[in-house]
Design a protein around this ligand. Structure first.
Ligand code: M6R
Length: 369
């Protein structure tokens, strides 16, 4: 039931504050993160982990890429993120000190399932981050941290994505507490930030109309580029994926630092470029670097749509459009910055008269290789 919304995707985009709040529920205790499923696994197991490999496909892999920055920062354990179908065919070096975290909304993605089985046979510990109770992947894993986003019907993943990031962050904070790798203050601040994500998501959703208008103006666009840095980089990749699958438009996401290594050659007058801008307050030198990237592409005629923190005035002289996200700690911005990109792709699909919930050639879960 679409509950009055014109598509399941629209409904699911609007449910993101709840998806995150429900995923956090019962796992935050006055600034202390306790994930019951990890308690069951035991602190000794967590202490024995020397590295973490996240395996997933599509949007779920981008959630893993975002979480890599947070887990490494808090828990100081190296994290690599790999597409499930690449992982299982390359004889990965894993063993009992490796924790393999699979991320899958459906819990049925064949390549991810096979990768989990491979990891188990190689002696690795396995944790599943999954949105579907009792699905095959969590059943095949040592532990499951469920996201509580509720059923996701639209093929394009939205609320599951933000819930996956929230769950992986909870994992990172729990692990950091057990390992003693972050100060009590840092852990508390992060827990506080996490707790405030749902309300901030609701604020971002208020810009829906404006983004819809932008999408309508751009209905004839044939190519869109997305730039981001640090945690904004996987968000750029996710923005591009959404646009490909929903609006059938050629879209590419790049790490902003790569511009001069090739992609800037693509910029010609009128080329739309979305730029995920890090916070000017707490991202160190990243903010001026991304602003200077914006100047570089603007000088070559790009049409820049910046996604920037409320009050960031530095982008104003160079961006054609600015979509605002509320103030948040640097690691928490991606949970907010992804929303305008989801809405943009959804509205562009609708503007082109396409099937928003069921794009051509795609299935909700890929249960074949
Ligand atoms: O069910 P899963 O999370 O394992 O699915 C993974 C991908 O197939 C999925 O995220 C896909 O990329 C989405 N259609 C993206 O919107």
């Amino acid at each position: 039931d679409k509950g009055g919304w014109s598509s399941f995707m629209q409904k699911e985009v609007s449910e993101q504050p709840t998806a995150v709040a429900d995923t956090l529920r019962g796992r935050l205790h006055d600034g202390r993160v306790v994930v019951g499923e990890l308690e069951e696994l035991g602190d000794d197991v967590l202490r024995s982990i020397r590295r973490i490999t996240v395996i997933a496909c599509g949007t779920a892999a981008y959630a893993g890429m975002v979480a890599k920055y947070a887990i490494e920062k808090w828990a100081r354990v190296p994290v690599e993120v790999e597409l499930s179908h690449e992982f299982r065919y390359r004889e990965p070096v894993i063993g009992p000190d490796t924790l393999v975290i699979s991320v899958s909304q459906s819990g049925e993605t064949m390549d991810t399932l096979m990768a989990v089985k491979y990891a188990r046979e190689a002696g690795a510990r396995t944790i599943s981050v999954c949105n579907t109770q009792g699905a095959t992947i969590p059943r095949e894993s040592d532990a499951a941290i469920y996201t509580h986003a509720g059923p996701e019907v639209a093929v394009a993943s939205t609320k599951a994505f933000v819930a996956q990031i929230a769950a992986l962050y909870l994992f990172g904070l729990h692990l950091a507490r057990v390992l003693g790798t972050a100060s009590a203050e840092e852990l508390e601040t992060a827990a506080y930030e996490l707790e405030h994500v749902p309300a901030k998501l609701a604020t971002v959703l208020e810009q829906g109309e404006r983004i819809a208008q932008l999408a309508h103006w751009m209905a004839d666009t044939r190519s869109v580029l997305f730039l981001g840095r640090h945690v904004g980089y996987p968000i750029a990749l996710e923005g591009a994926l959404k646009l490909k699958e929903l609006a059938y438009i050629h879209a590419e996401g790049f790490a902003a630092g790569e511009l001069k290594h090739g992609p800037i050659a693509l910029i010609e007058p009128g080329q739309p470029v979305f730029v995920v801008v890090p916070s000017p307050r707490n991202s160190g030198s990243l903010h001026p670097k991304v602003v200077s990237n914006i100047q570089e592409i603007r000088a070559r005629g790009a049409r820049v749509i910046a996604i920037a923190e409320a009050g960031d005035a530095a982008v104003l002289p160079f961006a054609d459009e600015v979509l605002r996200i509320p103030l948040a700690g640097p690691l928490f911005e991606p949970l907010l910055a992804v929303v305008p990109l989801q809405i943009f792709a959804m509205e562009l699909s609708a503007a082109k008269g396409l099937d928003v919930d069921q794009p051509r050639n795609l299935a909700k879960s890929v249960t074949v290789e």
